[in-house]
Design a protein around this ligand. Structure first.
Ligand code: PMP
Ligand code: GLN
Length: 384
C-alpha cells in the first residue's frame, strides 16, 4: 500500500535500533545470536505455572494504573531488604512495561525544552532519542576505554544551571563496569545542593561478579531522595519477553512519572504482575543469580581464550566485551556484519552506543546462553 500524504518525521535522524538490526541479520543468515541481550534458556517453570494459575483464577482485566498492590508491596519489601530503603508501595513504586517504558516515562516527565541531561557514553540506546524528543539536550561524558569508568571531574565541569538530570546505568550496559563506593561519594558531592534529578537504570542489579557489590542509588538516602530507580524483571527472572519493569522514586517524582505512564500503557499485564508478586518470595533465585551468571561468564571467557580476541574483564551484566583490533582494522559495524554472515555469530558493535559512532574496535557478546550455544559460537569464532 502506498501512503500518498506527506509525513514530517518527529525523529528524522532515527534509524532502526541496533538490537533489531543485528537480530534481523542473525536470523536472516541463521547465525548464533550473541547480539541482543536475552537468554536462550527458559525461565523457571513455576513462574509459568503461576501466570497460568492467575489467568485461570480470572485475573484477566486491567490492573490498577500504578500496578497490582501485591506486587508493589513485594517490591517495597525487596528493595528494603536489598538496599535498606523503604519505598511506599502506594505512592513511590510504579509497575511499567519493562524498564524501557519506565525510562521513557521518567525522561519525558522530567525533561523540558532547553534542559540539559548528562549522559555517559557509550549509552544504552533508549536515553538519547527520548531526551531529544522531549526537547532536551544530551550532554555527553565519555567513559574511559576499555574499563568504562566515569571521570567525575568532567561531570562536574559539564554541570550548568540548565542541567536537569543525570542518567546513570549501573551495572553498565554495554561497558560491563559497576560503580564503586567512591563513584557514589563523588556523585553525592556533585549533586549536593542542586535540583538535579538522577535517573538510575539498574536492570542488571543482581548480575555483579567477583568481589563487586551493587551500589543502588536507593541505598544512599541523599541520592535516593532525588532519584528515579528503574529495574526490570526481564534480566533477573529470564523473562525479557514479558516486558515487566518498575520505577521507585519519591512521591513527587512518582506522581509526574505516573502522569506519563497512564497515557502510554495505563497499566501492564495483570496475571504476570500477580505471578511476580508471589515469585519474589523465592529469594534464593535472586541471590543465586550472581553465581549463575559468573559461572557462565567464566566458562565463556575460558573458551574465548582460544580466539584471537583481547578479552576485556566484565564486572557485571551478562555481556562480554572483546577487542578485535588484533584481527581486523575494519569498523566495528563492518566487522560484526562479516562475523554474522561469514562466520555465523552475531555481536553488537559498541559504536552503536555513541552519538558520533566512536569506534574502538570493541564488540559485545551476550553470554546468557546455554553451554552448547557458547561452545558452538566460540568454535566458529576460532575460525577467524
Ligand atoms: N536498560 C538497560 C541497560 C538494558 O540493557 C535494557 C535491556 N534489557 C533495558 C534498560 C530495557 O529493559 P526491558 O527489557 O525491561 O525494557
Ligand atoms: N537490553 C538488550 C540489550 O542490551 C536489548 C533490548 C532490546 O532489544 N531493546 O541487548
Amino acid at each position: 500500500m502506498q501512503f500518498k500524504g506527506k509525513i514530517k518525521s518527529k525523529m528524522p535522524q532515527q534509524g532502526l535500533s541496533i538490537f533489531a538490526v543485528m537480530t534481523g541479520l542473525a536470523n536472516e543468515h541463521g547465525a548464533i545470536n550473541l547480539s541482543q541481550g536475552f537468554p536462550d534458556f527458559d525461565c523457571h517453570p513455576e513462574l509459568v505455572e503461576l501466570v497460568h494459575k492467575y489467568m485461570k483464577e480470572g485475573h484477566n482485566q486491567y490492573a490498577p494504573m500504578p500496578g497490582v498492590p501485591q506486587l508493589r508491596e513485594a517490591l517495597a519489601a525487596k528493595m528494603e531488604q536489598d538496599y535498606g530503603m523503604r519505598y511506599h508501595p502506594d505512592t513511590e513504586i510504579t509497575i511499567t512495561s519493562g524498564a524501557t517504558e519506565a525510562l521513557y516515562a521518567a525522561i519525558t516527565a522530567i525533561v523540558q525544552p532547553g534542559d540539559e541531561v548528562i549522559v555517559f557514553e557509550p549509552y544504552y540506546d533508549v536515553y538519547v532519542p527520548v531526551i531529544r524528543y522531549s526537547g532536551g539536550r544530551p550532554v555527553f561524558v565519555k567513559l574511559t576505554v576499555p574499563d568504562y569508568r566515569v571521570d567525575w571531574t568532567e561531570v562536574q565541569a559539564k554541570i550548568t544551571p540548565k542541567t536537569r538530570a543525570v542518567i546513570l546505568n549501573n551495572p553498565h550496559n554495554p561497558g560491563t563496569s559497576v560503580f564503586t563506593k567512591e563513584d557514589i561519594a563523588r556523585l553525592e558531592e556533585i549533586v549536593s545542593g542542586s535540583d538535579i534529578i538522577l535517573i538510575s537504570d539498574e536492570v542488571y542489579e543482581h548480575i555483579v561478579f567477583d568481589k563487586e557489590a551493587h551500589h543502588s542509588l536507593a541505598a544512599y538516602p541523599r541520592l535516593a531522595e532525588r532519584s528515579m530507580v528503574i529495574s526490570s524483571f526481564g534480566k533477573t527472572f529470564h523473562t525479557t519477553g514479558w516486558k515487566m519493569g518498575w520505577c521507585a522514586a519519591p512521591e513527587a517524582l512518582t506522581a509526574e512519572l505516573r502522569k506519563i505512564h497512564q497515557f502510554i500503557t495505563y497499566s501492564v499485564n495483570t496475571p504476570i504482575q500477580h505471578a511476580f508478586a508471589e515469585f519474589l518470595r523465592r529469594r534464593e533465585l535472586i541471590d543465586g543469580l550472581k553465581d549463575f551468571y559468573q559461572k557462565k561468564r567464566d566458562f565463556f571467557v575460558e573458551l574465548l581464550k582460544a580466539t584471537p580476541f583481547k578479552i576485556i574483564p566484565a564486572q557485571g551484566t551478562y555481556f562480554q566485551l572483546v577487542d578485535f583490533s588484533g584481527v581486523s582494522d575494519e569498523s566495528e559495524m563492518d566487522f560484526v556484519k562479516r562475523l554474522t554472515i561469514d562466520y555465523g555469530v552475531a555481536a553488537i558493535p559498541l559504536s552503536a552506543f555513541y552519538h558520533n559512532m566512536n569506534d574502538h574496535r570493541i564488540i559485545r557478546f551476550c553470554f546468557a546462553k546455554k553451554k552448547e550455544t557458547l561452545e558452538q559460537a566460540v568454535e566458529r569464532l576460532c575460525r577467524i
